[in-house]
Design a protein around this ligand. Structure first.
Ligand SMILES: *Cc1c(COP(=O)(O)O)cnc(C)c1O
Length: 383
């Protein structure tokens, strides 16, 4: 049984957790925008337009602020248009279900997020999977899909930054394979939008980071609840795609539009993320974290993003180390199956632009101690 810890407020990165002050290294607020005073002020100002949107977009819930946010999201990601959804979960379910049917084929990375898996289930298309980031395995599945049906729509879908590993999908190579096999490509930018991008568009996500055109990467799903520190999600792409989803994505149509305050706060967050300063600060901290972990003999996964997992393997040990860190004043995610594959339980450490180098050093000292107190028992490790 899992139990949610109860916090007094969003981590700043300090969090008051059931009466204890802990330093959080587990939130997805990579840029520190959730508690940014400018975001909160904009959000409070927009709340004057109504606590709620009072209806779905197509009835009367679509305010100027929603339209402005859709336009801004399209601009930031370098796409023609964008469509708001209430959560990333709903965006993935709704987009996949609108685009594919029973005669079609969806090809997924094995480590894709649960919401993509559920979208694949919902649409009824045939499901093919490939080993994580394995381009040869992907090509085998694409060949198989095209051999089965010359006319099926094929959708390749991947996390662009994998949520539990922090590594990137090789999107340029995947896009090339998609072009060769006449397949659509969809990237889940939940952990990319806002936090990775190009010098011109530092918040633009994976399409900007890799320089992929709308044709190469036609479907981008992004969330507002992670690096943008807020709530909600969007799909960005061609004007035609977005118009189609506006008409047919059931999780967009049959639900209440986001509260106006969320749109106002997110617009402020996008302005703050637009300068690239916060992302630069985060990059410095990621480098610091990795070099200081190496100096302490702590093994990390090959991630260059704000998600820096420490693979433990055994579930009990992972929980014991997480509890030890909590006693030392730190909050990190202890992630176990089924969220991650069996035998790969881990500490999911995440960094934020609001952390300091000294805070990171303190965490790593505590982690080194916790790891040495909880060494694997020979032969007892799950594999
Ligand atoms: C969090 C997440 C989602 C879901 O987004 P929500 O807005 O939280 O529903 C989708 N995909 C990935 C990869 C995620 O990490």
């Amino acid at each position: 049984m899992r139990r949610p810890p109860t916090l007094a407020a969003a981590p700043t990165p300090y969090a008051d957790v059931e009466g204890r002050r802990l330093l959080a290294f587990c939130s997805n607020d990579y840029l520190g925008l959730a508690a940014h005073p400018d975001v909160i002020a904009a959000q409070q100002a927009a709340a004057a337009l109504g606590a709620g949107a009072t209806a779905s977009h197509l009835v009367n819930g679509h305010l100027h602020l929603h339209a402005a946010l859709e336009q801004q999201l399209a601009e930031v990601t370098g796409r023609e248009a964008a469509l708001l959804f209430s959560t990333g979960y709903m965006a993935n379910m709704g987009a996949i279900e609108a685009l594919l049917g029973r005669a079609d084929i969806i090809v997924s990375d094995k480590l894709n997020h649960a919401s993509l898996i559920d979208g694949a289930r919902l649409c009824g298309a045939e499901k093919l999977r490939f080993a994580h980031n394995d381009l040869e395995a992907l090509e085998r599945q694409l060949r198989r899909a095209r051999t089965k049906s010359g006319s099926a729509k094929i959708l390749v879908v991947v996390d662009s930054v994998f949520s539990m590993d922090g590594d990137l999908a090789p999107l340029p190579q995947i896009a090339e394979l998609c072009a060769r096999y006449d397949a659509w490509l969809m990237a889940d930018d939940a952990h990319a939008v806002g936090v990775i991008g190009s010098p011109q568009r530092p918040a633009g996500g994976s399409a900007e980071f890799f320089g992929l055109s709308q044709q190469q990467l036609p479907i981008v799903m992004g969330t507002l609840g992670k690096a943008l520190g807020n709530f909600g999600a969007f799909v960005a792409g061609s004007a035609e795609l977005i118009e189609y989803l506006r008409q047919f994505a059931r999780t967009h149509i049959y639900t209440t539009a986001l509260p106006p305050a969320v749109a106002g706060g997110t617009l402020a967050a996008l302005r703050l993320a637009g300068s690239g300063e916060l992302q630069q600060r985060l990059c410095t901290l990621v480098d610091h974290f990795r070099s200081q972990a190496a100096a302490r003999g702590i093994d990390l996964l090959p991630s260059q993003t704000a998600i820096q997992p420490v693979l433990i393997g055994d579930e009990k040990r992972t929980l014991a180390i997480g509890a030890e860190l909590q006693r030392a004043g730190f909050m990190v995610g202890a992630i176990r199956p089924p969220t991650v594959p069996a035998g790969t339980a881990r500490l999911r450490i995440t960094l934020s632009a609001t952390h300091t180098e000294a805070q990171i050093d303190a965490l790593l000292d505590a982690l080194a101690t916790a790891l040495s107190k909880n060494k694997p028992v020979a032969g007892a490790e799950a594999s």
